[in-house]
Design a protein around this ligand. Structure first.
Ligand SMILES: *Cc1c(COP(=O)(O)O)cnc(C)c1O
Length: 404
């Protein structure tokens, strides 16, 4: 087909003409999708190995989730929290049960869940721990990614994410990720929380050393500090368990959830914690017009039910072994490192071969979509409904790209 018969170039030109350039997407224009497969405006098909940064853990348009959305669209979509609606209690109860926590506070985006966690931790610090007014501090990790609000980028260590967005919100101490001694040393009487990702997704699927998470749990308990686990990307089946913390038998005081919670249909995020923590919020102190709306709850309740079967966690663990074995076979053949857990992998490409961006562009030409994060690092996070054959296909295409 000659180039000017394709719809893709014009669609990209139009998109660039009318939007802020805060993303640098791969040059594909998607028009429909099902399961693990995407179709672009020119009819080309792609295997989705990003899954919306884990917002699509159940694949595109999972039938159960789509049916729940359709049914809810025909009954009730929004009330605001000024009134209670009939989808609210089931969602909150079932998610609280999945998390093993007393209470849930629903929001919309991941960043809002993080902001909620920060606000709750500070209030808890003043009201329960007895921190002096205005002195609450939260310990975070280098290389973190927790979202894009002004407060959250204040404690980012990524120059692009942070530069020129100040003045920055105070009250955060950054320590190296995976270093328990540094974290312990950073805690003092004003520390209200440790906020970390149990696996750092954006940083390149960085798994902390074994024993780190249990160590964080122990130190937080000893020092009367809340352990907040940002499981927005690592949670809900991605790593082969419901939560990445589960792999080390760790239970944080607060789970921050998002991405896959909305089933790839609507933005749904949540904070889950026990009553002694989330109970510090009283009416008027926090909220969201769309948080916990009926459509979101109807979809997210079905997400929680899919997870309650354990099937997706199992698939992720089993198929993840296959994915990682395939990727490890490329070490020394274009890959210099492979990290991750379950159906989640960070790959470092030999930087003398090509950049991560170039690898992703070449993968796209071969019908596999993935995304680079930093430099020569690519993240793979396919929908958990991917099959063995599809994994083998993705690995084969990567091998071909790396072979030049
Ligand atoms: C994506 C992400 C967020 C932010 O979520 P948004 O919905 O984009 O605001 C926060 N924390 C982690 C670990 C994430 O991966």
């Amino acid at each position: 087909m000659i180039d000017d018969m394709l719809r893709t170039p014009e669609a990209i030109r139009d998109a660039e003409r009318w939007t802020a350039h805060n993303y640098h997407p791969l040059p594909v224009v998607i028009t429909s999708a099902e399961g693990c497969w995407l179709t672009d405006v020119d009819g080309r098909r792609y295997l989705d190995c990003l899954a919306g940064y884990s917002a699509l853990n159940f694949g595109h348009r999972h039938p159960t989730l789509i049916a729940a959305a359709h049914a809810q669209l025909d009954r009730l979509t929004l009330t605001s929290r000024a009134f209670v609606h009939d989808q609210f209690a089931d969602f909150c109860r079932e998610l609280a049960e999945l998390c093993g926590k007393d209470l849930v506070l629903p929001m919309n985006t991941g960043a809002e869940a993080v902001e909620t966690g920060i606000k709750v931790a500070r209030k808890w610090g003043y009201q329960v721990k007895g921190v002096a007014p205005g002195r609450a501090n939260i310990v975070v990790a280098e290389g973190n990614f927790h979202g894009r609000t002004t407060t959250i980028v204040s404690f980012s260590t990524d120059a692009d994410a942070r530069a020129d967005f100040g003045p920055y919100t105070p009250g955060f101490t950054v320590v190296p990720y995976g270093d328990l001694a540094a974290l312990t040393a950073a805690i003092d009487e004003n520390t209200v929380a440790v906020l970390i990702e149990p696996i750092q997704g954006e940083q390149g699927v960085v798994v902390p050393p074994e024993g780190y998470l249990p160590g964080v749990r122990r130190v937080c308990t000893e020092q009367d500090v809340l352990f907040i686990a940002d499981e927005i990307q690592s949670g809900l089946g991605r790593t082969g368990a419901t939560f990445a913390c589960d792999h080390e038998g760790v239970v944080p005081d607060m789970y921050l959830l998002g991405k896959a919670l909305g089933g790839g249909i609507v933005p749904v995020s949540a904070v889950a914690a026990d009553a002694d923590v989330l109970g510090v919020l009283r009416p008027g102190q926090h909220g969201s017009t769309f948080g916990g709306n009926p459509l979101a709850c109807a979809v997210a309740t079905e997400v929680v039910r899919l997870l309650a079967t354990g099937e997706f966690q199992r698939r992720s663990a089993e198929l993840g072994d296959r994915l990682h074995a395939g990727l490890r076979s490329l070490l020394g053949r274009g890959l210099v490192a492979v990290r991750g857990r379950g159906l989640w992998a960070g790959l470092d490409i030999d930087p003398t071969l090509m950049s991560g961006r170039e690898a992703c562009e070449r993968l796209a030409e071969r019908g596999v979509l993935a995304k680079d994060t930093h430099g020569a690092t690519i993240r793979l996070a396919p929908p958990l409904v991917i099959t063995e054959a599809e994994i083998d296909h993705a690995v084969a295409q990567l091998a071909a790209v790396l072979a030049g």
